[in-house]
Design a binder for this molecule. Structure first.
Ligand SMILES: *Cc1c(COP(=O)(O)O)cnc(C)c1O
Length: 428
């Protein structure tokens, strides 16, 4: 058998979550200020201060507060599209008919804005050593699609790959880089904050991110023109005139001064949250010693923010697991387990884990899009390769064997010990 219920662990009376917001009270003073001064809409001190504080922390000249990270990505990608291909006709996207390279193993919000602008995402496989975009696959992609001029990279779960190398490859090929740092606020590579690496970068203050505003996001750039344009687009593209004058398509994407207040107050606790998340990661690492399961890699040069603790089961310790489009089955086997079993056991004991992001090239919506591995087109892998690697590609393999563990910063050491024990028993 795999997991055996030995009867001596009771389900958690309060659910252990993957990641939840952590409010401290500091948020309230900024929100109160917004209400007392009557600046509750899309203009106000909290927005200005949030933008200034994040630009300074990350090291960018300008930050523009937006309603969410997805809106920030949309405007970042649109901005790059217009820089590359000009302003489109109304009703057309800025990337109409253009291919854009994109991280494959990420949340779909990284990718969707390419489609909003009429572009076609080409997915770049994941590096097994970093779990982020594979630079070799990226090089391969530029060989296959030399016309591509835009690359969207995401930092997975608060951990990075070799960001300077990825950016160097893109710039060598004359491509712009959008960095999706939604999950990696506070993480660094070679001492530089994530959000510093893209020509345009974004962060998110979504409710489950390491710092939250309840919602909200920011676009980061070093160009005043970019910042002004994005601010204008986000407030319905009003021209400087006495009436509502419009020369460009507008959006209602600006952050509210109340949301910015929550984010600003929560930002004061960023480094405390990182310390707590790091402790969670390290306790898993310690607790899994001797088990055929490894934590996600931290590459030389990267200091993660440890947003989510993720792990991968050794191939030899995987029981058979089959996933359909919506559900999964596995065959319990002695001394072996799989993400499905571990997640089911955790759920039974009232703890929340999650599979790794299902790679975009495997998603029904994007299944017809090109996908590039370091060997070339990932849509044409040989049967021999599949057999040898037990997967078509690295992303699929990590999705098969990997999982996100309960990573809430409010989980106690005692609770985490039990979570670890439950996982340990899955390998029995
Ligand atoms: C959360 C997230 C986003 C979207 O941010 P929202 O603020 O929820 O719109 C984008 N990309 C990644 C990688 C994310 O994890």
């Amino acid at each position: 058998m795999a997991f055996k219920d030995q009867g001596n662990i009771k389900p958690f009376s309060n659910r252990i979550w993957l990641a939840t917001p952590t409010m401290h009270g500091s948020e309230l003073s900024y929100v109160t200020d917004a209400i007392q001064t009557n600046w509750v809409s899309t203009v106000g001190r909290n927005i200005n201060d949030l933008e200034a504080c994040c630009a300074k922390l990350i090291g960018r000249k300008y930050a523009v507060g937006l309603s969410c990270g997805t809106a920030a990505l949309h405007l970042a990608i649109k901005l790059c599209g217009e820089k590359l291909y000009g302003q489109p006709k109304v009703g057309y996207g800025a990337l109409e008919g253009k291919r854009v390279f994109c991280t494959d193993m990420t949340f779909d919000a990284t990718v969707n804005p390419i489609a909003y602008e009429g572009g076609e995402a080409v997915f770049i496989d994941t590096d097994a050593e970093t779990w982020n975009m594979d630079p070799e696959a990226l090089e391969k992609a530029f060989e296959l699609y030399p016309e591509v001029k835009l690359v969207v990279i995401a930092n997975l779960y608060g951990f990075t790959g070799d960001l300077p190398r990825i950016v160097e490859i893109c710039h060598k090929h004359g491509a712009l880089v959008v960095e999706d740092a939604a999950e990696s606020l506070g993480a660094t590579y070679n001492g530089l904050q994530t959000g510093m690496f893209g020509d345009i970068s974004i962060i998110s203050f979504n409710g489950n991110k390491i710092v939250t505003g309840s919602s909200g996001g920011l676009l980061l750039t070093d160009s005043m023109d970019d910042a002004n344009k994005v601010r204008k687009w986000s407030t319905q593209s009003r021209e400087d005139a006495a009436w509502y004058q419009h020369e460009e398509l507008g959006y209602n994407y600006r952050i509210s001064n109340i949301v910015a207040g929550v984010a600003l107050g929560n930002m004061e606790h960023l480094f405390e949250h990182i310390e707590q998340k790091k402790a969670v990661f390290e306790r898993y690492e310690e607790g899994f010693k001797g088990l055929p399961i490894r934590m996600m890699p931290i590459v030389d040069g990267c200091v993660p923010n440890y947003w989510l603790s993720c792990a991968i089961i050794d191939r030899e310790a995987m029981c058979r697991q089959v996933r359909g489009e919506r559900d999964a089955l596995y065959i319990p086997e002695e001394a072996k387990t799989c993400p499905t079993e571990i997640l089911e056991v955790l759920a039974r004991y009232n703890a929340e884990g999650r599979p790794i992001w299902k790679p975009m090239h495997m998603q029904p919506i994007y299944r017809s899009h090109p996908f590039v591995t370091k060997l070339g087109s990932g849509r044409a892998m040989s049967n021999a390769y599949i057999a040898e690697n037990n997967a078509l590609d690295v992303g699929m393999d990590i999705f098969e064997r990997g999982l996100c563990l309960p990573s809430d910063n409010k989980m106690t050491e005692e609770q985490q010990k039990l979570v670890i024990e439950l996982i340990r028993r899955c390998f029995e």
